[in-house]
Design a protein around this ligand. Structure first.
Ligand code: DUC
Ligand code: ZN
Ligand code: ZN
Length: 489
C-alpha cells in the first residue's frame, strides 16, 4: 500500500472548469491522487469543507529590480515572496531587467543569484530587453531560451529602455525563431513625453496629473501598433497591464481577426479609479503607476473583458517603491509626478482582493478566479505542466480558504517592504487560511513557515501559447517564393 505524504481531507476543490468535493493526496511534492475518500496519509489536514484552489501564479511582478530611472525597488526576493506566500501566491514571474549596454546573459545570472538566496515562492523570469543589439539577439537569446527563459518583455515607452519599432521587429523575429513569448508595455512614448512636459511647464505637477499625462489614446495607439508589428512577423504577443476600454477593444478586434494576442490586466485597474491619485499633497503618489488608474467605465469594461476571455490573466504588477527618500520621494519631499517612480505593491494582496471581488461578492465564479489567477498565467507562460491547477501529477501548490474571514485592510497590513498598502480601507471577505507549496505547509495560522531560498527556479520553454499561429498571413510569408529569407535571422 502506498501512503500519501499528506492528505487534505474534506476539500471543496476548485479548478478552472469544476468545483467538487474530495480528498487530495500528495506524494513527493506532487498531487498523486484525488478521490472522494482517501486512506490515511502520513500527515492529514482537514479542510472542513472549505474551498481549496491552486496556489496563485503571479505572472507580472517586479522584484529587486532597477527601474528605468536607476532606482532600486523596495523589495528583495525574500520580502516580496514572503508577501506572495502569505497572500496565497506560490509562483511568481518577475523580471531579469537588461539596461542599455548590458549583457543579457549576465543580467539573468545576477537575478538568478538574488532569487536563489531569497525566494520562498517558485519562480521564473521574463527577460526585459532594453538593448536588443545583434549580438544579444543572436548570441545570447537562443541559449537563454534553451535554458528555460521562455518569455521576454519590451517597452515602447520610457526614455532609457524603450524600443523603436524597428528594434521591436528584430525582437519579435528572434522570439519567433526561438519559440519565446513576447510581452509588451504598450503606450505611445511621444504622447506621454509631450503631455508630461506641457503639464509640468504649466505647473500641473500633482500625482493626479500623472494620469492626465498618459492619455488613453497613448494606450490604444501603442497596443494597435504593437499587435500590427507582431502580425507582420506572425509572433504571438501578450499585452501587459491593459487599463482602458479602447485598449481592450483593439485586442478584441485583432483576436476576432485570428491574431494570436493575449491580454493581461491587473488587480488595481479592476478595483480602483484615478480618484485615488487626487488626494491632498503627495498622498496620491502611492497610486502613481503606469499605465495610470482610469475611469469607472474602464474598470467595468475590464471585468467584461475577463468574462468574455479577451483578457486572459490578472497580475499584481507589483512594483514597490516606498513613500520616502528611497522610493517615490527620491527627488525630494515634493516631487512632480514626472520625478516619481511608477508603480505600487500588491503581490500579497492580489489573491485576497480578487477572491473577495470574484468569489465572495459573486462578481464571477470561483472557476474564473482559478482560471485568471493561476491556470491561464501558468499555461500561457509554459508552466502548465506543473503549476496552476489541481490535477494528478501537478505540483501540490494549494490554498485552503477561510471563506468567512473578513479583514479591513490597513497600511499596517502589508507583508512586503513597500511600507503602505494600496488597498488600505477595503473590506475583504475570504483569506488564505493555509498555503501549501509543493506539498509543504508554508503558511498556517497566519504564520510563515518557509525559509528564504526555498523557492525553486522553473525552467520553461515558450509553451504552446508562444508558437506562431499561422493565423494571419504576414505581408511576406514563408510559403511565397519571394521574401522567404526575410524571416531568417
Ligand atoms: N510598467 C510595469 O509593467 N510596471 C511598473 C511600471 C511600468 O511602467
Ligand atoms: Zn509595463
Ligand atoms: Zn510591470
Amino acid at each position: 500500500m502506498t501512503y500519501c505524504d499528506l492528505v487534505i481531507r474534506n476539500a471543496r476543490i476548485a479548478t478552472s472548469s469544476d468545483v467538487f468535493r474530495g480528498d487530495i493526496g500528495i506524494r513527493r511534492e506532487r498531487i498523486s491522487v484525488i478521490a472522494e475518500e482517501l486512506p490515511q496519509g502520513r500527515m492529514e489536514i482537514d479542510a472542513g469543507g472549505s474551498l481549496v484552489t491552486p496556489g496563485g501564479v503571479d505572472s507580472h511582478c517586479h522584484i529587486e529590480q532597477l527601474s528605468a530611472g536607476g532606482l532600486m525597488n523596495a523589495d528583495t526576493f525574500e520580502s516580496a515572496t514572503r508577501a506572495a506566500l502569505l497572500g496565497g501566491t506560490t509562483t511568481v514571474i518577475p523580471f531579469a531587467a537588461q539596461h542599455v549596454g548590458m549583457s543579457l546573459r549576465k543580467v539573468v545570472e545576477d537575478y538568478h543569484a538574488l532569487a536563489e538566496r531569497g525566494a520562498m515562492a517558485d519562480y521564473a523570469f521574463h527577460m526585459i530587453l532594453a538593448d536588443p543589439r545583434p549580438e544579444v539577439l543572436r548570441e545570447e537569446l537562443p541559449g537563454l531560451v534553451r535554458d528555460g527563459h521562455g518569455s521576454l518583455k519590451c517597452f515602447l515607452t520610457y526614455d532609457r529602455i524603450r524600443l523603436h519599432d524597428e528594434q521591436f521587429l528584430d525582437v519579435l523575429l528572434a522570439a519567433r525563431t526561438h519559440g519565446c513569448m513576447v510581452c509588451v508595455h504598450a503606450e505611445n512614448h511621444g504622447m506621454i513625453d509631450w503631455m508630461g512636459r506641457r503639464l509640468v511647464d504649466r505647473g500641473y505637477t500633482r500625482p493626479v496629473h500623472h494620469a492626465v499625462s498618459h492619455p488613453r489614446l497613448a494606450e490604444e495607439e501603442a497596443i494597435n501598433r504593437a499587435i500590427s508589428l507582431a502580425a507582420l512577423i506572425d509572433q504571438p504577443l501578450m499585452i501587459f497591464h491593459v487599463s482602458t476600454k479602447e485598449g481592450l477593444g483593439v485586442i478584441r478586434r485583432w483576436q476576432g481577426d485570428g491574431q494570436k494576442v493575449f491580454g493581461e490586466t491587473c488587480t488595481h485597474y479592476l478595483t480602483m479609479t484615478r480618484e485615488a491619485l487626487d488626494r491632498p499633497g503627495i498622498e496620491g503618489g502611492m497610486w502613481v503607476c503606469s499605465p495610470p488608474l482610469r475611469e469607472e467605465s474602464d474598470r467595468q469594461a475590464l471585468w467584461q473583458g475577463l468574462a468574455t476571455g479577451v483578457l486572459a490573466t490578472i497580475s499584481s504588477d507589483h512594483a514597490p517603491y516606498r513613500m520616502d527618500e528611497t522610493g517615490k520621494l527620491a527627488a525630494g519631499p515634493e516631487p512632480t509626478f514626472k520625478q516619481m517612480a511608477n508603480g505600487m505593491g500588491g503581490l500579497g494582496m492580489r489573491m485576497p482582493v480578487l477572491f473577495d471581488a470574484m468569489v465572495s461578492r459573486g462578481g464571477m465564479d470561483v472557476r474564473d478566479f482559478v482560471r485568471l489567477t493561476a491556470a491561464e498565467p501558468a499555461r500561457i507562460y509554459g508552466l502548465g505542466e506543473r503549476k496552476g491547477s489541481i490535477a494528478i501529477g501537478k505540483d501540490a501548490d494549494l490554498v485552503i480558504w477561510d471563506e468567512e474571514r473578513e479583514i479591513r485592510l490597513t497600511h499596517e497590513h502589508v507583508d512586503d517592504n513597500t511600507g503602505y498598502n494600496p488597498y488600505a480601507g477595503r473590506l475583504v471577505k475570504g483569506w488564505p487560511a493555509m498555503v501549501i507549496r509543493r506539498g509543504e505547509v508554508v503558511v498556517g495560522q497566519g504564520e510563515l513557515k518557509a525559509a528564504a531560498g526555498s523557492g525553486r527556479f522553473l525552467a520553461r520553454g515558450g509553451g504552446s501559447a508562444a508558437r506562431s499561429s499561422g493565423g494571419i498571413a504576414a505581408e511576406f510569408d514563408t510559403k511565397r517564393n519571394f521574401g522567404a529569407d526575410l524571416y531568417r535571422e
